[in-house]
Design a protein around this ligand. Structure first.
Ligand SMILES: Cc1ncc(COP(=O)(O)O)c(C=O)c1O
Length: 353
């Protein structure tokens, strides 16, 4: 607390990210990173950065990178916006597109940054409860609203909303901006980007942090019709003209060019997720069906917070949310098979205690 803080700074409840531990020997399954690392071509691109590139400001429009994303998604560069991680893209979206008189609707259990941005930008919002089985019922988004924001697959549940439901949602709310946060879409879902041509109110947000194993690079993207993208650019150019640095532009371009590495890593994560689902069920856990690179699981006979603490003592960290409805769940990121084997051995020991 300081007397120099603004009222806004005093009243904020900032987002608390998952721990990034300093100790090396931890099995880190708490922030949905991808264990395989980026394509070797990414490291070459980073190493190839020259002094003359670094001494200049980067291209403020990240034109080459925008063109590469556009080509991959079957869009034009005017339909692509880039930011410093999808967190920044989302933050700009709150300011540019979601702040209106009527409330913004998002699921009561979803990315815990959404209420934080709502508070920061003073966006009036209304949480919409997930169904008892943690699925999203798009018909529950019936309250008057100016925007709807849905992570798909949802976080922290991992549950996927089928594309036909998104089509129904878009049809029912032509006057609202519908934002689909696809941070985890590459692990089993079908992107909504194909719907952009027909819907001027759809914005799809993606990241290279998860499926491309570039969380350290901080690059996120939004896809939508040009007028929506223009709104984001207006906010970006009033905040930071150069959100993507020279190295991040090079690295992400190289990542997009290596489709084989990308597919191979996603396939490995999905195979390990399926194995994890089975082993956890065999250990007595109830596991939600996941289309992401994590699973959300609870054990009917053991307290989740106690399991988390016991795992921590054994050098394994997973994510725990002390929140209504989900305080008996563990969110476990999918690591390598060896890391998951360590987790299964530790859980077997803990559950036998
Ligand atoms: C649903 C969701 N959206 C967005 C993000 C932000 O990702 P990044 O800022 O790394 O692109 C995360 C990160 O965990 C997430 O879970």
């Amino acid at each position: 607390m300081s007397r120099f803080w603004s009222d806004l700074a005093s009243q904020l409840t900032p987002y608390v990210p998952g721990e990034q531990p300093k100790a090396e020997r931890l099995v880190k399954l708490n922030t949905n990173e991808n264990p395989y690392g980026p394509s070797p071509a990414v490291l070459e691109a980073i190493a190839g950065t020259s002094a003359s590139e670094l001494k200049r400001y980067p291209d403020p429009d990240s034109s080459a990178l925008k063109a590469a994303f556009a080509e991959r998604e079957g869009l034009t560069p005017e339909q692509v916006f880039l930011g410093n991680g999808s967190d920044e893209v989302l933050a700009h979206t709150f300011q540019a597109l979601l702040k209106h008189d009527k409330p913004l609707l998002f699921p009561d259990i979803s990315y815990s940054f959404y209420p934080v941005w709502s508070e920061l930008y003073q966006v009036n919002y209304q949480p919409v409860p997930l169904c008892d089985d943690f699925t999203i019922d798009v018909d529950a988004y019936s309250a008057p609203n100016s925007g709807i924001l849905i992570p798909n697959p949802n976080a922290p549940t991992g549950v996927l909303l089928p594309r036909e439901d998104i089509v129904r949602l878009l049809g029912a709310h032509p006057e609202s901006v519908v934002v689909i946060d696809e941070a985890y879409i590459d692990f089993g879902g079908e992107s909504a980007t194909a719907l952009i041509a027909e819907h001027d109110n759809l914005l799809v947000i993606q990241t290279v942090s998860k499926s491309r194993s570039l969380a350290g690079m901080r690059v996120g993207a939004a896809f939508g019709q040009a007028p929506l993208i223009e709104g984001l650019v207006r906010v970006k150019d009033s905040f930071n003209s150069y959100p993507i640095d020279v190295v991040a532009q090079r690295a992400t371009l190289a990542s997009l060019a290596d489709e084989a590495w990308f597919r191979q890593c996603c396939d490995k994560v999905v195979a390990t997720r399926e194995r994890t689902d089975k082993v956890l069920r065999d250990l007595g856990f109830a596991v939600l069906p996941s289309a992401a690179n994590f699973v959300f699981a609870r054990h009917p006979g053991h307290d989740a917070a106690q399991i988390v603490a016991a795992l921590r003592q054994r050098g394994i960290i997973v994510r725990y949310f002390s929140k209504p409805r989900i305080d008996q769940f563990l969110r476990i990121s999918i690591g390598t098979d060896e890391e998951m084997d360590e987790l299964f051995a530790a859980l077997t020991e803990i559950l036998a205690m």
